[in-house]
Write a protein that binds this ligand. Structure first.
Ligand code: ATP
Ligand code: MG
Length: 291
């Protein structure tokens, strides 16, 4: 394997047996996972599960008690300007200058990284704030501030993006725009690590998700695969055009009936008993994400 090849194969994020306590409270317990370039990874979990704590450990804002967190192969406690220059972050506290305009906020940041102003203008348009470039941040709505923080995070063309609740408080059409933008970043090869309470968002957007429950990763994998794993009933509901509802085992035994209905053009709708992520989460944690 060539050196270049090895470099490319290093995961953007690697976590090995990470533990963290605040006083006597164990907030993260033996967390292990990785995120590759071009992957959108979703960390899911109810309030207090430890999501932000994990992001803070990864970004070097907190240190782990045990285990190791690595970014681009570098221990998160030893990140240098080089690694910080390759990542973008949008956290709870957006860290914007309230009295400066959107444009000025981006310019300040661009200057630090030696990036041209035009990139800031382009990003303001991409997050739909082109018409608000001259507005001071303290006159923006929460959703607009969030989008500005995202534009700032994208200024350096990061290879790794951390987003803590990127679409909370956004209306569905704005959230969809953000999703499109994140997919574009993914296509560019960026890795995206996001935390969310929104299961639908996670199922649509993420290649892999991890369910964090009281500091423990209780599930990990592609959302569709996780849901199929919890499809205990494994049945198919078939509604015929005459209104009758058929319930078939999804093990081949109902194949003839299914085929006959299809052939006679009698199928109104078909549903499987595959649960959604929210249902899986309820089963694993005994409560919903917003509970
Ligand atoms: N600096 C700190 N000192 C003491 N306890 C803390 C500190 N930061 C977080 N905690 C505690 O750690 C636990 C996990 O908090 P964290 O912010 O990581 O949760 P979260 O999953 O991000 O929740 P939310 O969905 O509400 O953002 C909580 O019980 C919280 O009170
Ligand atoms: Mg949080």
């Amino acid at each position: 394997m060539s050196v270049e090849h090895m470099r490319q194969s290093v995961n953007c994020i690697e976590l090995y047996h990470v533990e963290k306590s605040f006083g006597r409270q164990r907030v993260l317990k033996d967390v292990t996972c990785s995120v590759a370039a071009g992957e959108i990874f979703g960390l899911l979990g109810p309030s207090g599960a430890g999501k932000t704590t994990l992001v803070k450990i990864l970004t070097g804002q907190l240190s782990a008690d045990r285990g190791e967190a690595r970014l681009f192969g570098v221990s998160s406690g030893r990140l240098s300007r080089r690694e910080y220059g390759r990542m973008g972050m949008v956290m709870d506290e957006l860290g914007l200058y309230e009295r400066l305009s959107c444009r000025e906020n981006l310019r300040l940041f661009a200057r630090i990284y030696g990036i041209s102003h035009s990139r800031g203008e382009e990003l303001l348009r991409r997050v739909d704030l082109g018409d608000f470039a001259g507005f001071p941040v303290n006159r923006l709505s929460k959703g607009m501030k969030q989008r500005l923080a995202l534009a700032r995070a994208l200024l350096t063309g990061p290879r790794l993006l951390f987003l803590d609740e990127p679409t909370s408080g956004l209306d569905p059409s704005t959230a969809a725009k953000i999703h499109r933008l994140l997919r574009e970043e993914q296509e560019r090869g960026a890795a995206i690590f996001l935390t969310t309470h929104n299961m639908e968002e996670a199922a649509k957007l993420c290649n892999n998700v991890a369910l964090l429950h009281q500091g423990e990763m209780v599930e990990y994998g592609p959302p569709g695969e996780i849901c199929r794993r919890y499809n205990h009933q494994n049945e198919i509901f078939l509604r015929k055009k005459d209104g009758t509802l058929l319930r078939l085992k999804n093990d081949g035994s109902g194949a003839d009936l299914l085929q006959a209905c299809a052939r006679e053009n009698q199928i109104e709708s078909i549903h499987s008993t595959e649960p959604d992520l929210e249902t899986v989460f309820m089963e694993l944690t005994g409560r919903g994400l917003l509970a």
